[in-house]
Every structure is written in C-alpha cells, then in structure tokens.
Design a protein around this ligand. Structure first.
Ligand SMILES: O=C(O)[C@H]1O[C@H](OP(=O)(O)OP(=O)(O)OC[C@H]2O[C@@H](n3ccc(=O)[nH]c3=O)[C@H](O)[C@@H]2O)[C@H](O)[C@@H](O)[C@@H]1O
Length: 412
C-alpha cells in the first residue's frame, strides 16, 4: 500500500515512480489499448465487406459527367423517388435511412426493396452517427449530398418537439460537419419547407423567397427555419455550396400515410368520416388551402438543383472563397382548398366522403399556403406540369394497386 501522505504527483521530475503506480499506469494503458482495438475491430467488421462492396457498386457512375450522390432519407417518399431518378440517368447513388416508425416502416422497406432492385443500396443507419457518415465518405468521394432525412409532420411536432431537434437540427449539423472536412467537399441540397413562412397574412398573395420567415407556427417549421440559418453559417464559414428547397405539400404514389390526401382516401374507401379543418379567422369560416405539388415535378426540381449547385470551395475544413447559397420555393403555384381536394378524390374513386367540418382551434396549422415559384423557374428551370386531377389520378391508381380495395393492410 502506498503511504497516505504520498503526494498525487511527484514533487520533482526526477523522483522515482513507485512500483505500484507503474503497475497501475501499465494496466490503464493496456485497458485503453484493448478497448480501442475492440472498437476498431467492431466498426470495421460492421462497416466492411460486403457493406463497402454494396456501397461502391451503388455509387458507381454509369454516364459521362455523372455525379455521385449521398441521399439521406432515401427510403422516404421524396428520397426514394429522387434516388431512382438519379440512378436511372446513370448517376451513382447511396442512400441512408433510419427506418423510424413515425409512419409504416413496412412501406419504407418496400420502397427500399424497389430501390435495391434498381441497384440503389440504402444503409440502415442514423445520420446523427458521425462515424457512420465518415465510413460512407471514406468509401465514396461523394460530389453531392441530397439531404432529405427529417422528422416531418406539422401536428406531431406539438407533442414531440425533441424528436424534431434531434432529427432536423442536430443531425443536420453532424452531416454538415462531415461534409465540411471532406476533400473535396460535396455540394449540399436539402429539404427545407414551405411552412417557414408561417402565419403571416398575405391577403392571399403567394409567398416568395424574399418574404419574412420569422413567424413559424409549429416546432416543425421552426426547426426547418433553424436549419436554413445553420446552412447559411456553414456556407459562409466553410465554403460549402448549399441549396435549401422549400417544399410545399408534395403528394403522389408511394406518398406519406400521415398526410391528409392519404388518410382521406382510406376513410372514403372504408366509409369512415373525414375531418376537414377550416380557419375561423375573424369568425369568417375559411377553407384551408394548400399548394399541392406532384412528386414527379418535385423530383425534377431536386435533380435540377443538384445539377446547378456549383462547387463547394473549402477543403479539409477550411474555406477557399465564397460558395453558392440558394433558397428556392418548390410548389405548384396554385392553391387548392381542402374541399376541392376531397372532390377530386371522390371523382376518382366514384365514392362520396362523409365529411365533418371543424374549425381549427390554434392547432398550429397555417390556413393558407400559396407559392411564387418564379425564382426556381428562372434559376433552375423549375416548371411543374402536373395538375391536381392528373396527379391524384396517379396516386389513386397506385393506392388501389398497393393496398387493394377495400383497405386491408398495416399502415400505422
Ligand atoms: O408545406 C409544408 O411545408 C408541409 O406540407 C405538408 O403539411 P400540410 O400541408 O399540413 O399537409 P397535410 O397534413 O396533408 O394537410 C393538408 C391540409 O389538409 C388539412 N387537413 C389535414 C388533416 C385532416 O384530417 N383534415 C384536414 O383538413 C390540413 O389542415 C391542411 O390544410 C407536409 O406534411 C409537410 O411535411 C410539409 O413540410
């Protein structure tokens, strides 16, 4: 036993170290070495062949001047469509998705199988995991990142705010941190949201990118707005090329079951009532309206944004000049009220909905969303071509093929 009065540090550098301490330090070094060796073995086993082979083959570029894209949220609605479009034109695509259960994981797994069939590999993982991102970037020198992974849902955010902080803010910083140190740095295109315009009253004029964005009405919208501020900072500080896409209400085949058009069709088919909210603005009962935009149009907007993104200028974490920073509204440019949406669904199904009309009582929903898309048209040639009738017809066809009629499967 060492004497109790022995100081913790030697009083002089020359004082010989007692034997017990030498033994203790050696043991510590041994434990630390073993732990780091085990960690290394574990991560290289987890992320080595055939994992890396699948990633390399998925990232293989099959056309001249093709790009290699890391798509986050690749098993999601927009992510799966964008991944497929890129792969089909010969680009390299690797997906990553955490397959969370906010809505049916089985729908996400089916999208994954479809992508797998077309040669797109989706890594089952969380982009909050910096080490996973590093493994991916060390395996493939991605030229672009299409960041679509997010916690969505306007209503869900009211009861689950922390999930949005984790999945929309913390994860975005982790991703940008990894992009920052890449050499060369990729260009980043990511999903913001039309909800950043919030509750401002525009007297039914469309939202443009120049409008104020400091009145978000939900935590979801706040986290998307925060993402824009963070993106701007990384662009300024580290020379990352970043494009934020403010998506409006995107719909179509393989869509999200939590969205209104999706739940309405199920209720119409099963005879359950649907709830149509309306705004009780100054006691004028106004129907809510949304700028519904079809998935194929959104895919074109995403791909055009990648193609025009311009280069990041930084390398290994330091900036070498300014890089592009862009924000685009991606919507349809024409608002549709909820009753109009229901009528189109009824016409397609040749069935009538049982409707409950309810005033919104401060549930955080914006009453009106209508968008000016002229900037995206000018800068990236964005021109939606699908009207609601055509788009919903495609959606209904897909829905009946996927779920059958009557509705009989799990989508919770
Ligand atoms: O614009 C956006 O940024 C957002 O658009 C949609 O959000 P939202 O338009 O609220 O989509 P839905 O949940 O499909 O609602 C569409 C409309 O139907 C209304 N609604 C919804 C559900 C319902 O049972 N009844 C009903 O009338 C909503 O209040 C809203 O006016 C997406 O869900 C968000 O991910 C996206 O970011």
């Amino acid at each position: 036993m060492p004497p109790l009065d022995e100081p913790l540090l030697p009083s002089t550098p020359c004082k010989p170290t007692p034997r017990w301490r030498m033994f203790f330090i050696s043991a510590l070094v041994l434990v630390a070495f073993t732990a780091s060796y085990m960690t290394f073995v574990h991560s290289s086993q987890r992320y080595s062949n055939p994992w890396t082979n699948s990633i390399r083959s998925s990232a293989h570029i099959h056309r001249d001047n093709g790009i290699s894209v890391l798509v986050t949220g690749a098993a999601g609605f927009i992510g799966s469509h964008v991944s497929l479009a890129l792969k089909n034109r010969g680009d390299g695509v690797v997906g990553v998705d955490n397959f969370n259960n906010y809505y049916s994981p089985s729908l996400k797994r089916t999208r994954q199988s479809l992508l797998d069939f077309h040669g797109v590999y989706i890594v089952d993982g969380d982009i909050n995991d910096y080490r996973l991102l590093s493994m991916l970037f060390n395996t493939v020198p991605f030229t672009h990142v299409m960041h679509l992974a997010a916690q969505v849902g306007v209503q869900y955010a009211i009861d689950n705010p922390y999930v949005y902080v984790h999945n929309n803010i913390a994860s975005f910083i982790t991703l940008l941190e990894r992009c920052k140190v890449s050499n060369p740095q990729p260009a980043v295109v990511w999903a913001s949201s039309g909800s950043v315009y919030g509750i401002q009253n525009k007297n039914n004029n469309p939202f443009s990118e120049m409008d104020r964005v400091d009145l978000p009405s939900t935590i979801y919208a706040s986290t998307k707005r925060t993402g824009e501020e963070i993106a701007r900072t990384y662009n300024r500080l580290h020379g990352l090329s970043i494009t934020a896409l403010r998506f409006f209400t995107v719909y179509g085949p393989w869509g999200r079951p939590d969205m209104a058009y999706f739940s309405f069709i199920k209720n119409i088919l099963t005879g359950e009532p649907i709830t149509m909210y309306r705004a009780n603005r100054a006691k004028n009962h106004l129907h809510l309206a949304r700028d519904f935009v079809y998935i194929d149009d959104i895919v074109k907007g995403c791909v055009a944004s990648l193609d025009t993104s311009g280069k990041s200028t930084g390398s290994g974490g330091s900036k070498n000049g300014s890089a592009p920073y862009r924000v685009f509204n991606l919507g349809n440019g024409s608002p549709v009220t909820v009753p109009e949406l229901v009528t189109v669904l009824e016409d397609n199904l040749k069935m009538k909905a049982t409707k409950d009309v309810m005033d919104m009582c401060g549930n955080g929903d914006d009453s009106f969303a209508y968008v000016n898309i002229s900037l995206a048209e000018k800068e990236i040639g964005f021109k939606p071509t699908t009207d609601l009738q055509t788009g919903l017809k495609e959606f209904v066809k897909w829905y009946l093929w996927y779920y059958g009629k009557p509705f009989d499967c799990d989508r919770t």
